[in-house]
Design a protein around this ligand. Structure first.
Ligand code: URA
Length: 235
């Protein structure tokens, strides 16, 4: 059982003050009865809540895919820059949303945003070895042995060894990379070991889940149940 005002805030109906106002104005009904006390406790999974006659489709957790733009930080809040959570439209917004994983500020592409900590943990846990696929544009040409060096595991100058990664050369100055860990600036640092700078980086896939090609930069949408499962298939 949870307070009605807290439930409405968690479902993105409005701020605490907005929903209190709505409740006091008798705009909120629970199973057909107007409720006027914000602190009134209900079970949101079994009651029908309506706001101004519109049913609230209660979902404890949301799972969002976003096509992250460059210049946006993958964090919940930031003092100066816009965050991926700031870009979530109000109909999908929930309290407690956070990005499940990080992309650099200048990296574009697939990022998942959720309020489900267990789900995020499953994606991020190194022991699950979920592959992430990137497209990278480089400032120079890849050498003949680049694929083999990625396959063997790149070693950073500080001695850190990366797990084996797949490299597919797209053309002279671009490639696809698949890694199954998430070290800080990993892709950029791996190419740096080969003497190359990443000029553009985009994440295309997490496990078996591809970025929806219809999502313009900065747009997002909810994952389907099948897509959610696909993350853990064919990883
Ligand atoms: N590797 C990087 O270097 N940057 C990213 O944003 C993701 C992976």
């Amino acid at each position: 059982m949870e307070r009605l005002d807290k439930i409405l805030v968690s479902q993105g109906v409005g701020s605490r003050n907005d929903v209190k106002r709505l409740i006091r104005k008798k705009s909120v009904t629970v199973d057909g009865q107007a409720v006027t006390k914000p602190e009134y406790k209900i079970d949101p999974e079994s009651c029908e809540i309506k706001v101004n006659g519109q049913a609230v489709d209660f979902k404890k957790y949301v799972y969002i895919m976003m096509n992250k733009p460059s210049g946006v930080v993958s964090a919940t809040d930031d003092n100066t820059a816009e965050t991926v959570v700031d870009l979530v439209p109000s109909e999908l917004f929930r309290k407690g949303l956070f990005p499940a994983g990080r992309l650099d500020k200048d990296t574009e592409g697939l990022i998942l945003i959720t309020n489900d900590g267990d789900f995020a943990h499953k994606i991020l846990s190194p022991k699950n070895h979920i592959y992430k696929r990137y497209y990278a544009e480089l400032n120079g040409e890849l050498g003949a042995n680049a694929v083999e060096r990625f396959e063997k595991g790149i070693k950073f100058s500080d001695g850190t060894k990366c797990l084996p990664a797949k490299l597919e050369i797209a053309d002279k100055h671009s490639a696809y990379v698949e890694i199954c860990e998430g070290k800080y600036h990993q892709v950029k640092k791996m190419f740096a070991v080969l003497g190359l700078k990443v000029k553009y980086l985009k994440r295309l896939k997490i496990g078996g889940l591809s970025l929806d090609g219809n999502l313009h930069i900065g747009e997002c949408r909810e994952l389907t149940d099948l897509e959610k499962k696909s993350i853990f298939i064919g990883k």
